[in-house]
Structures are given as structure tokens and as C-alpha cells.
Design a protein. Sequence first.
Length: 278
Amino acid sequence: MKVTKRQFIKMGLGCAGGLSGIIGVGYAHEWEPGHVVIESRAIRVPSLPSAFEGFKIALLSDFHLFPFTTIETIQKAVVLANSFQPDLVLLGGDFVYGTAKSIFDLTPLLTELNPKRGMFAVLGNHDHRQGSKIITQELTKAGIEMLINRGITLQIGWDSIYLAGLDSVSAGNPLPSTAFQGRKKDQTSLVLVHEPDIIDQLINEVPVDLQLSGHSHGGQVRLPLMGAIMLPEWGQIYNLGLYQVGKAQVYTTRGIGMIGLPIRVNCRPEVTQITLWS
């Protein structure tokens, strides 16, 4: 079923009561949404330089702080991310849901993240709709580097990789060629972008080895034999986990927060531990 994210919210509100009754209010609404887990994935990138062998990335996305996602859930995610001592923290957007002012409560939690080589972020569609300017300002004040249509080189000794970030596909103005203009020839390329399904277009425009995304929430509710019952626009094809797309790969996290449906079923909130190898 194809639905936009706006339709996803409306449909979710309409059927939340029925689903909760079938599955159990306590589990779907109270237990699973607060039980954040680490998803550990070793991802092979054939062009990866030797100095980056075993390089660890913590991917966190779709915080959607308030009203459904609590401070306690975010705190659990931060503790889990720090537990595997990542080299890099990447934040995949949608920091807020109901109001941009939630960013004032969220940024103090994010500053507790402790990567060895920096923390980088992009914006999601909800960030744009609620107030991208204030969200960007607060994240920057917190020491989080924004990669909105720009990229940086990560260096270890003589080896390097390129990390690019794109603006939200559905609510912003993504400029792939601008984001990749600083990339050196043959440099391994990672790209952080909120919506996963853009990968089909990206691989025809820029050299992508691995794309990291969120946006889909994994559907929030996944039923046996059916999978996700609802998925948003730009998160319908590559909606959960790791995919090979041509020579590129894309990983989509289930994210941490919730929208529309204030429940999760078979789709626990996720902090992703990605370990790169060649």
C-alpha cells in the first residue's frame, strides 16, 4: 500500500485503538516503544581503505521527541550508543514531531553522546515543517556539525573516506552534486540522508558506496507474513535493514521515536552499530 507520510499519520490515528486492542495496549503502547535495542551490522565496503577497517558508526534517527517519544527513551538510546564506543555518530534527522521547541529538551541529551571522531547530522521532513532554522541553530550550538548538502573528508593517517549529507528529499532541497563536490577521485563515499528511497536516483548522479537513512520507522507495526502495514513516501522500497542497489548499499534504521501510531509492534526502537570492513 502506498501512502504519504501525512496519510500515514491520519491512518495511524484512526486504527491505533483497534490494533492496540488486538495486540495489547501494554505491550504495543508502553513496553516495546521504550525498549531500545542495538542492531549490530558489519557492512562490507570493498573500496574501504585499510586504516578504516573496523571503523564503528552509531546511527540514530527519527527521535521525534514529544508527545509519544519520551526523554527516558532518548536517554536509553544515548547510553546504548556510547556503550560500543563509536568512532562516529551520525544523526539521520526528524529530531522533533509536534513542535520545534522540543529541540531545546533534546540537544542536552545528544551532547552526552561521545564519539571519537565527531558527530554529524542532517534534517528530516518534520524538522523542516516545524522549524528547520531553530533546529539547525540548536544542534550547531550543541557541537553537532550539520551536513546539509555538504561533505567532509575523514582522515586516519594517510587514508581517508568522504562523508556527505543531503537535505530532506520530501521537505527540503537536496543537492547531491553540491554535497559531493569536495570528494577526491576514488575516495570511498558515505552519504547520510533522511529518506532511503532516494538511493535509486543518487547512484545515477554521484558515487555512493553506502547510504545511511531513517524515515520509515520500519513501519512501526510489522505483522507476520505481511511486514510493515504502512510506510511513508520515500520510505516504501528500502524500508528496513541493508539493501544492495547496484554497486551501492543502503541501510535503513527503524529509528527511535514514533508518529501517527503511538505504538510499536515487532519493530523495536533501534540504535544501529555499523562496523565497516573491506
